[in-house]
Ligand binder design. Structure first.
Ligand code: PHE
Length: 449
């Protein structure tokens, strides 16, 4: 067991690290490509529903569990419901965290390749077709993507082994605001493109004929993935919160900023997609093909490109650090591992699985389960299945099982400004709305009904 648990030092630190976990490739890479595949506006609308109506209360539920117990995901449930099966969330969370860390590191590795490529001016290639071809030949080759995945994970190791406060907090404080500013600059650039109107219509005009159960499942998975929700990441982080941290406000700010970044990314990408005559449903490669083409058409292209990919890399890093923290807190709290050793195991497994994911665009592309490559399978199973199931169990637990006085006292800390009706609204959502909506989307989206 822990002696003195580490805490985030400042209020800004709490926001920056939580937002740092939420904001990452999920917003800038995954949101645009999922929205592209699932028809744009309608996907965005359902995503927003899941973020604000279901997501914010479930984020609060994770915060309540984490801060109240001050423990890792497994230990928290053991303390709150000893001998009962709720702790299954803990195991699901550990599984999801390693699956996500593995495929996520591949894409984060792509950002490293692109920093390198930007420094080399993309080998002098300037045409849109040439840039697209370049991405394809890189991603489908073997050793470079795998190498970058491993380099990325090694960087994670170096930061994680230094500990919570020093490593994570400092980096997030500087990086998050900078990312925001640069996204706004790119947005303005995209809004001046010839097909801006077409892109914005695609992103914001919901076409309800496109809404199918699988679109709903995809949007629910995106909302959970983007909020880092349902796998105990926020339980772990909130175990480092101070007693005064206002949970509801922190959840609200996090959801809001997270959504803003995803929408900004959409506004950057889709006008360019239509301007350059690309297919919005291109899948995971969409963003990596489009971005260099955008930069090429800006004055000072190389500088923008380098800056952007460095920031994207840092945003990914603050997300993967939060994923790893789930397993590291578990291994150090429960089994007394040293932080260094726990980190080494976690990163070691991710390097192995991550390399397989990296190769699944190249020589292992034939390894498929239900038509999904290893990379896609890890993404689908974790985002669309484990995270919503975890979120559902967490919301039922806090809504029905956890003592109401704990919920109230955690949400209504002095100075938080939370009124009794707000607590009631959160509880109603956790008891009825969240479990019903998640259950329904599941049953329909997975074709069980
Ligand atoms: N929310 C992160 C992103 O959008 C990904 C993430 C998922 C981080 C799960 C932690 C846990 O990039």
């Amino acid at each position: 067991m822990t002696q003195q648990r580490a805490q985030f030092a400042t209020r800004l630190g709490v926001i920056a690290t939580t937002v740092g976990s939420a904001v990452g490739l999920g917003n800038i890479w995954r949101f645009p490509f999922e929205a592209g595949v699932h028809g744009g506006g309608a996907f965005l609308l359902i995503d927003l529903f899941f973020i604000f109506i279901i997501g914010v209360p479930v984020v609060c539920a994770e915060f309540i569990i984490g801060r109240h117990t001050g423990l890792n995901v497994r230990g928290a449930f053991r303390k709150l419901a000893p001998g009962r099966p709720w702790g299954i969330v803990g195991y699901l969370g550990l599984l999801a965290s390693i699956l996500i860390l593995s495929f996520y590191s591949v894409v984060a590795g792509w950002t490293l390749e692109y920093i390198w490529q930007s420094l080399n001016s993309f080998g002098g290639v300037t045409s849109v077709e040439g840039l697209h071809g370049q991405f394809d030949s890189f991603a489908t080759s073997d050793w470079r993507p795998a190498m970058w995945t491993i380099v990325f994970l090694a960087i994670n190791y170096l930061i994680l082994a230094r500990g919570v406060q020093k490593g994570i907090e400092k980096m997030s404080n500087i990086m998050m605001p900078l990312l925001f500013v640069i996204l706004v600059v790119f947005c303005i650039n995209s809004l001046r493109m010839p097909a801006a109107a077409e892109g914005l219509t695609f992103l914001f005009k919901p076409d309800f004929s496109q809404v199918t159960p699988s679109v709903m499942l995809g949007a629910m998975g995106q909302a959970f993935f983007s909020l880092s929700l349902g796998l105990g990441c926020l339980i772990t982080y909130s175990s480092y919160f101070k007693k005064e941290t206002p949970l509801l406000r922190t959840a609200g700010i996090m959801a809001w900023l997270d959504t803003m970044v995803a929408i900004l990314a959409g506004v950057i990408i889709f006008p360019a997609v239509f301007t350059f005559g690309m297919e919005p449903a291109a899948g995971p490669k969409l963003v990596f093909e489009i971005l260099p083409s955008i930069f090429m058409h800006m004055p000072g292209s190389m500088m923008w490109s380098v800056l952007f990919f460095i920031l994207l890399f840092l945003a990914s890093l603050s997300s993967t650090i939060s994923m790893s923290e789930i397993t590291i807190a578990y291994m150090t709290d429960e089994y007394g591992f040293s932080r260094r050793r726990a980190t080494a195991y976690n990163i070691g497994v991710a390097m192995l699985l991550g390399s397989v994911c990296a190769l699944s665009f190249g020589s292992l592309s034939g390894w498929t389960v239900c038509g999904l490559t290893v990379f896609n399978l890890f993404d689908y199973v974790s985002s669309n299945i484990i995270l919503p199931v975890g979120g559902m169990i967490i919301s039922i637990f806090v809504g029905w099982v956890l003592d109401r006085t704990v919920v109230t006292s955690e949400l209504m800390t002095p100075g938080s400004g939370v009124k009794p009706w707000m607590v009631k609204a959160v509880v109603i959502c956790l008891r009825y709305i969240a479990p019903t909506c998640i259950g329904l989307v599941f049953v329909c989206g997975l074709g069980l009904w």
